[in-house]
Design a binder for this molecule. Structure first.
Ligand code: B12
Ligand code: SF4
Length: 514
């Protein structure tokens, strides 16, 4: 069959700071190709809707599969599915991905029959048997694990048996030079581990994977890396190098094979402090950016986001990251409760430190515990606003003033690193990019004011809403996370970490679920 895999368009944040390859979709595409089908992949982060419809008309796919990792992309995907159905009634339309797994039934209902099914969980496991059913007996699709259709639902999704069996179909993605992350340009993505053993209340990374943690073997990880042509590499793991030995073994294998790249990764402050040798080794190998989810700069804020790390430890982690001599970025969560004074304190604090600071807005997402405790307070059910750049919870300041403060803060922070002075320091790097025809980063430097505008953010709340999110049942003080899992938990056995690391995780998380 002809199978067209589609990643939806960009959200606000990726219009400026980065644009990355759709690794999950490439893995699904690889599984489809292995099953003997003809596959194409289109990324609407770099292609237009016109390009999509032209391809549908020209190539006449039997199956169109959308990737829906981001809740904010739901309306775009539903509209594309409806238009696809209107053009080609015989094409089977399906949706998979992180967010799709948490709102599967809603997606089907919004589409009113234009989406044939949603696939929950990891696509590599479910897609071959699903396509088998689509080709030979469409009624059998509801027997496939993870499949949800309007007229039935298959058994719970299964996990892929070994991450070592997976190789992303990177070759299917055209325009690979369009992917970049800050000064890493062009930039590819790679996965060394899947899942997260922690259990932060605002996050769905762990509920999706049933609090499991699986690793790619060092040999396979390095083979994959050796096949990457781009000089920059984004390591997509939620928390990089949870287990020191894994990080060291991959690093040593990279050194042995003489692979030279520049890397970006995200990790926790306490992991950084626990595994200092790993991060020192990776700095020697080319680690250029490290992103720490600090979330708050006061004890109360840290408690609120269930970060069981003291402020002292968090700052110690920052200090250590600085000592590595690389670019350090941190994330802070803006609370809708913030007033003018609080924003000013944050701005001053951020200006005093050398790090890149990213501010996201506290947003309850389906699949998280906060969704069940806070969702009843949301002011809007418009999916498009759930991109952690808009405020969906009631703000203490009038909304317009909240956005004024938010954008002023973001501008101050961005100009610290994107402004003319910073550019002067980066001149040789930028010039190198331009000489190689790489203009993504250079162009992003001037886009800030066009994209981040308080008036535009506010106007986004006035747009007509075609599809509204369904709210969870009335708020509960406590939530049983097992009810949120997409992939079922394998308990301790599902986490590829040694006992000392398991104890460390237990001491630094808040929940009690197995
Ligand atoms: C890497 C990553 C990114 C990359 C995205 C790269 C890309 N183009 O896809 C970058 C850094 C750009 C990014 C940005 C953002 N991200 Co992000 N990101 C992640 C992260 C850490 C890993 C995703 C990943 O690559 N995993 C590895 C691959 C192999 O897995 P996967 O993509 O999930 O794909 C598997 C399944 O989902 C499924 N699948 C996926 N697609 C399809 C399609 C079909 C047809 C099928 C059958 C199955 C299927 O099968 C795949 C293979 O098993 C996740 C957390 C997580 N663990 O999921 C957050 C996460 C997805 N991001 C999140 C958020 C909030 C954002 C931002 C909005 C943040 C911001 N500051 O603005 C932006 C928006 C980006 C945009 N679309 O414009 C949230 C999503 C919240 C939500 N419910 O919408 C998550 C869950 C993080 C979190 N802890 O809350 N992100
Ligand atoms: S450490 Fe917390 S925020 Fe980070 S991925 Fe794990 S559960 Fe999510």
């Amino acid at each position: 069959m002809r199978f067209l895999a589609v990643h939806p368009g960009p959200l606000l944040y990726t219009k400026i700071f980065l644009r990355l390859e759709p690794l999950g979709l490439e893995l699904v595409a690889a599984a489809v190709r292995r099953a003997g089908h003809d596959v194409r992949l289109l990324d609407l982060q770099v292609a237009s809707h016109e390009d999509y419809f032209a391809l549908v008309d020209r190539w006449r796919p039997d199956v169109v599969a959308f990737s829906c990792n981001y809740l904010a992309n739901v309306p775009e995907i539903v509209d594309l599915a409806r238009l696809t159905r209107a053009r080609r009634a015989e094409t089977f339309v399906l949706v998979g991905g992180h967010s799709a797994s948490f709102v599967a039934r809603d997606l089907l209902e919004h589409a009113g029959g234009a989406i044939d099914c949603v696939v929950k969980g990891e696509g590599e496991a479910s897609i071959p048997p699903l396509l088998e059913a689509v080709e030979h007996d469409r009624r059998a699709i509801t027997q496939v694990p993870g499949v949800v259709a309007l007229d039935g639902e298959g058994p719970p999704p299964r996990m892929v048996e070994s991450l070592d069996d997976l190789v992303p179909a990177r070759d299917l993605l055209s325009h690979r030079r369009r992917y970049f992350l800050g000064m890493l340009e062009p930039c590819a993505s790679i996965e060394f581990a899947r899942g997260c053993p922690w259990d932060c209340s605002f996050c769905s990374a762990w509920t999706f994977y049933g609090r499991s943690y699986r690793i790619v073997s060092p040999e396979r990880a390095v083979d994959d890396l050796a096949a990457v042509r781009e000089p920059g590499v984004f390591i997509v793991d939620d928390v990089a190098f949870v287990q020191a030995q894994h990080g060291l073994e991959i690093g040593e294998a990279i050194a042995r094979r003489g692979i030279r790249k520049q890397y970006y990764l995200e990790t926790r402050g306490d992991v950084l402090l626990r595994n200092k040798d790993v991060f020192k080794l990776w700095t020697r190998l080319g680690l250029s950016y490290i992103f720490l989810g600090l979330e708050a700069i006061d004890e109360e804020g840290l408690r609120k986001y269930r970060k069981r790390i003291s402020l002292g430890r968090a700052f110690e982690a920052l200090e250590f990251a600085r000592s590595l001599g690389i670019n350090v970025a941190i994330n802070l969560i803006a609370d809708p409760e913030w007033d003018h004074e609080r924003f000013e304190v944050i701005r001053q604090w951020c200006l005093e430190i050398p790090e890149i600071v990213n501010i996201s807005v506290n947003t309850p997402y389906p699949g998280t515990e906060t969704w069940h405790t806070e969702a009843r307070r949301v002011q809007t059910r418009d999916y498009r606003l759930y991109d952690i750049q808009h405020a969906v919870l009631p703000t203490r300041l009038p909304l317009a003033e909240f956005y004024e403060e938010l954008v002023r803060t973001q501008r101050v922070l961005a100009m610290k690193h994107l402004g003319w002075t910073a550019l002067k320091d980066m001149a040789s790097i930028v010039a190198g990019h331009l000489m190689r025809g790489q203009t993504n980063f250079f162009r992003s430097l001037w886009k800030f004011n066009k994209v981040f505008d308080p008036k535009l953010l506010l106007a986004d709340h006035q747009r007509p809403v075609a599809y509204e999110m369904r709210l969870p049942p009335p708020a509960r003080a406590t939530v049983d996370p097992r009810g949120l899992y997409v992939l079922q938990s394998g308990g301790r056995g599902g986490r590829a970490i040694d006992d000392a690391t398991e104890q460390f995780v237990d001491a630094t998380r808040i929940g009690t679920v197995e």
